[in-house]
Design a protein around this ligand. Sequence first.
Ligand code: MCA
Ligand code: AMP
Length: 511
Amino acid sequence: MNHNLFAALRAAFPSDLNATAVETEDGLFYSWRDLDRASAMMANLLTSLKLPRGARVAVQVEKSVEAMMLYLATLRAGLVFLPLNTAYQSAEIEYFVGNAEPSVVVCSGANFGWVSKIAFKAGTAHVFTLNDDRTGTLLERAAHCSDQHAVVQNKADDLAAILYTSGTTGRSKGAMLSHHNLLSNAQTLKTYWGWKKGDVLIHALPIFHVHGLFVAIHGALLNGSKMFWMSKFDPKLVIAKMPEATVFMGVPTLYVRMLAEPTLTKAQASHMRLFIAGSAPLLIETFHEWQQRTGHTILERYGMSETAMLTSNPYQADARYPGQTERRGGTVGFPLPGVSLRVQDDQGHNLPVGEIGGIQVNGPNVFAGYWRMPEKTKEEFTADGYFKTGDVGKVDERGYVVIVGRSKDLIISGGYNVYPAEIEGYINEMPGVAESALVGVPHPDFGEVGVAVVIAKPGAKVSAEAVIAGLKSQLANFKIPKKCFVVDALPRNTMGKVQKNLLRDQYKALF
Ligand code: MCA
Ligand code: AMP
């Protein structure tokens, strides 16, 4: 049997290949045949490069249907897809490319100059461009390739993708996800969320993370469902498209922004079947307001780059939890079928229902480990094979999982992860800076944002504006603290450790 994820997705294409698979906001229509042919041509181009098994294809391009086809082509060709946030700047790209050593890098034409320099220096043999207007050398070269391609044979545990994440500590690590990790999760969600004939997905998320790339795309493709494709989230357009669609997936910020639109009404949302939220905590106020305005109860679920989806509120009856069909705000629902979830204290004892501790998981969706970091991998698994998520929570008396915090020092801003240690490292390098702390505080739009607190060296003058400007020149825009304060001292405990909880408290009402 071929375990290649693309083979399963392709098998789910509808029999009428001329039907629409993707409709874009610019009025372009792609049929299922288009997806099949274009991904075959790109797969043939990749195959013609005669890359070794397991070679990485790193991609930093604006969202487009062709970018999704490149993902499918990489799977099809049995290579490993490595998506990168379009906001990343040169130092960030240099790290990922240096660490992953991709054989192929695909970037936008506008970035070719600096990206190719980094890639060639790291030993990458092939750099192509792909733009969001269907131009670039990748498509030019693929145009000469055959549109017939036999899907490469893969074993279940062959790598399909690497997603960089900082996990619980330290530098970014590449989470290695196999064909089986991704396919088993997609199949579970297809059943659990009741995907059915006639479903249409509004796709408004970026495609370099689990949410937009795997949960959304695999969901639609595995159900043979049409996608309405937006290159960038636009609340007005999502609401306008609701009468033609049935499923929407978003991070909480997208729901908050849609609630600010007067066009969001029960009538407008009446054709929709399911609204799914995740990637960051959904405020209970947003959950209730959505219910009132649209008549729909958002289904919240929980996942990670290392595991894809772990838990979900129920869409329909779940035989494991008789009589519990309620989607409960403030919870992330039940462990998905096949996922084993437990809560442990710091000493490694399982905690009973209702008690708060570290969430650990095990299942067919859990990754194989971090790319070339066996030690880190070992640290984040228990002796009996459970992955330590770094999330803190409990299982309530009805079986619902509740996340109450994180033991990892991580800020989730508008669904993107910001690692304080990384930002602090850059600030501490600036002239005149003695030390710094970055903390997450509540924000009405992004849920949480970073605030930097900086201490100057004795006698040195440091301005908050200069710190922000210095960061902007080096880091992806979503990582830039929304405010910076230069103060005399950081609060410390008796061990000398900075008490970030006190800083969070001090700045909690800033926004
Ligand atoms: C943009 N900005 C942000 C963010 N996004 N600041 C903080 N956090 C953010 N997330 C800032 C930019 O730096 C810029 O600031 C200004 O906002 C405008 O930038 P623009 O790109 O135009 O913003 P936008 O289009 O309004 O984007 C907001 C967004 C986007 C649509 C909410 O952030 C987004 O698509 N988020 C979804 C992320 C996602 O898909 N996460 C899933 C991860 P300036 O002008 O000052 O430079 S997968 C995951 O977490 C797990 C597995 C899971 O469970 O799903
Ligand atoms: P990432 O590794 O970037 O995929 O981010 C995963 C992290 O996002 C998890 O470890 C959680 O901390 C957080 N997360 C995802 N979904 C939810 C949710 N529904 N509620 C709260 N936190 C979430």
